[in-house]
Design a protein around this ligand. Structure first.
Ligand code: WT7
Length: 632
């Protein structure tokens, strides 16, 4: 991210303006007015929001900013689960549905706020019983079942730091994340069910903990009844066995505002993923506020976010944000195209979903399948539809707005990151939308597009996406790598450099173009080129590998690998299949290259760094740009 980025935007004037009732009925009201009120008194703005929540002890100051370190709600004491659960049980939401879960075989499970509180408390007591204490790390590797959410909340109840690993990761990736975090407990399930098939998780986990000496217990949620998987050893525990006989009340741990709540690994530009650390108070306030205001959630809404809780989207907008607000959250493990590409629209009709949040990769897949699928169902319950994970291109925006939103629903295209914890840029409900543009900073956030010196670029110009002031849900560090944390704030002087390229439109709307670094976003999942390369190189036939992202009409990007073989190995289909299988087993199915090309040489700088930019330009038939550092 050192070269300036030269892009001039030819702007279209297309705007989609939602009906006036949207703004009139919204929590926010007028965007400009709200934004100016925030700018006039930033601390007062967040203070007012935080007061809507329950605290054990109030704060002495809203924030303390010692660049690049922030503390929010200084010296306050709280427990986020007391806000996500007890606050509603105490008030008027005790019998309200918190989680509405639907499994693949049509099975439905319903948790009211009271029931969820009792289950979380029992599991939390179980964790305490086996010795889990405040500050201990717990790794959660589970499919999208209610137990996954219960496990997360139970950790938060007792102050244990959860590290959720998406169940699509393989042995090496999981093992690395368990070892890096020194997890004391791993929570998993025997199987995940996808497209009518049971996919075993347990073997992956059992292998992953073999050389992870920190792990004292493995807790297994056994879904398969006939026959149930065996609990093999003393350190293995059955999920419900652990809850048996446990009281359904559990005193929440008193957490300082800055005590860590969770960590979540995200791909970086090195082979080692970054453990992004979020703390208690700021994260709670930031996700509560954005869930309520960006989705404009109302008391009787049924809300569905299609992400997996294993990603930050699930943490912030399935679990903590919506439950802090007291919403009814629909969760399902159903994939978008099984048993057919109408399933999600069928669920929206059946469950009368009001607010729907999904990813561009899914939208583009549906677009390809045609409007006849959504047209078979009645989608009139939808009020607001959202998008996250990568740029929502204008064609996909137009299709989503028409085929799903019926030319009526506002689209909130939300730009944010694992690091930001909460929505940062979007078009707030009621404001005119511009296809291709995410929008503007949400009130509470100061965002801009800057050059490499940190100067704001003029309208119509490209640059780096930057955040210019601290925000409550910002990450506080990278686990055991604070230097990496500081780098985010030191790459461009004085601002948080998000690592994205963006263009600012005439009226301040921001268009996000994509990553500026060696991270590829495939179907909304961040994949580090370095992680895939090291997986390939760990195969005995591979001497060297370089990985690039190639534009893909549905997935956004696909992975192409260039591989140099060790002497004595012959390129061919069999070896290609071997390599694909190898990456699948080590990193997991989400990181498997779509294409492998065997080569004799890779373009490198004189200092030996692979120039992926040159490979990519060649692959796409484009000008490679400045190649003065390329070795002969
Ligand atoms: C990267 C962060 C935030 C939850 C999901 C991904 C890209 C995310 C958008 C959007 C354009 C987007 C960015 C960002 N991204 N949302 N609305 N428009 N790009 O979280 O895995 O931390 O990835 O996703 O490139 O930097 P993440």
């Amino acid at each position: 991210m050192t070269e300036d980025f030269d892009v001039k935007l030819v702007e279209s004037d297309v705007r989609y303006t939602p009906g006036p009732e949207y703004k009139a009925d919204s929590w926010l009201g007028d965007y400009e007015t709200a934004y100016q009120a925030f700018l006039a008194d930033p601390d007062g703005f967040w203070d007012r929001i935080a007061r809507e929540l329950d605290w054990i002890r109030p704060w002495d100051a809203v924030k303390e900013w010692k660049y690049p370190y922030a503390r929010w709600f200084v010296n306050a004491k709280l427990n986020i689960t007391a806000n996500c659960l007890d606050r509603h049980v105490k008030n008027h939401r005790r019998n309200k549905v918190a989680l509405l879960w639907q499994g693949e075989e049509g099975a439905e499970r319903i948790y009211t706020y009271q029931k969820l509180l009792s289950e979380v408390s029992r599991f939390a007591n179980g964790l305490r019983k086996i010795g889990v204490k405040k500050g201990d790390r717990v790794c959660i590797y589970m499919p999208m079942v209610p137990e996954q959410i219960i496990a997360m909340l139970a950790c938060a109840r007792i102050g244990a730091i959860h590290s959720v690993v998406f169940a699509g990761f393989g042995v090496t990736a999981l093992n690395l994340r368990i070892r890096e975090a020194e997890a004391k407990v791993v929570i998993t399930a025997d199987i995940s069910i996808r497209r009518g098939k049971a996919i075993p998780l347990i073997t992956t986990v059992q292998e992953s903990i073999l050389n992870a000496p920190s792990v004292e217990h493995l807790i297994i949620y056994r879904r398969r009844k006939e026959p149930p998987v065996e609990i093999r050893a003393d350190f293995e525990k059955d999920f419900y066995g652990l809850m048996e006989g446990m009281p359904s009340e559990c005193k929440p741990e008193v957490m300082d505002a800055e005590d860590p709540l969770f960590m979540l690994y995200t791909s970086g530009s090195t082979g080692t993923p970054k453990g992004i650390v979020h703390t208690s108070a700021g994260y709670m306030v930031g996700t509560y506020y954005t869930t309520k205001f960006v989705f404009d959630l109302k008391e009787n809404d049924i809300y569905w976010c299609t992400a997996d809780p294993g990603w930050i989207t699930g943490h912030s907008y399935i679990v903590y944000g919506p439950l802090a607000v007291g919403a009814t959250v629909f969760v399902t493990e159903m994939t978008p195209d099984y048993p057919d590409p109408g399933i999600w629209w069928k669920l929206i009709e059946e469950q009368k979903i009001n607010v729907f949040y999904t990813a561009p990769t899914a939208i583009r897949m549906f677009m390809k399948m045609g409007e006849e699928w959504p047209d078979r169902y009645d989608l009139h319950s939808l009020r607001i539809i959202g998008s996250v994970g990568e740029p929502l291109n204008p064609e996909a925006f137009v299709w989503y707005h028409h085929a799903i939103g019926k030319d009526r629903c506002p689209i909130v295209d939300t730009w944010w990151q694992t690091e930001t914890g909460m929505h940062m840029i979007t078009t707030m409900v009621g404001e005119p939308m511009r296809p291709g543009f995410a929008g503007k900073a949400v009130p509470g956030v100061i965002a801009d597009v800057v050059d490499k010196e940190g100067n704001s670029v003029p309208p119509g110009t490209g640059g780096f996406l930057a955040i210019k002031a601290p925000w409550p849900a910002m990450f506080r560090t990278v686990y055991k790598n604070d230097e990496r944390y500081r780098k985010y704030w030191e790459t461009i002087d004085g601002v948080y450099a998000a690592g994205d390229l963006a263009v600012k439109g005439r009226d301040g709307y921001i268009m996000v173009l994509g990553r500026a670094d060696d991270i590829i976003i495939v179907a909304g999942h961040n994949i580090g080129t370095a992680e895939v390369e090291s997986a390939l190189v760990s195969h005995s036939a591979v001497a060297e590998a370089a990985v690039i992202g190639k534009p893909d009409p549905v997935k956004g990007n696909s992975i192409k690998a260039f591989v140099i073989l060790r002497v004595g190995n012959k390129p061919g289909d069999k070896l290609m299949q071997d390599l694909i299988y190898h990456v699948r087993m080590t990193l997991g199915p989400i990181a498997v290259p779509h294409e492998i090309e065997f080569v004799d040489k890779l373009p490198k700088t004189r200092s030996g760094k692979i120039m992926r930019r040159v490979l990519k330009a060649k692959e796409l038939g484009m000008d490679p740009g400045d190649i003065s550092t390329l070795e002969e």
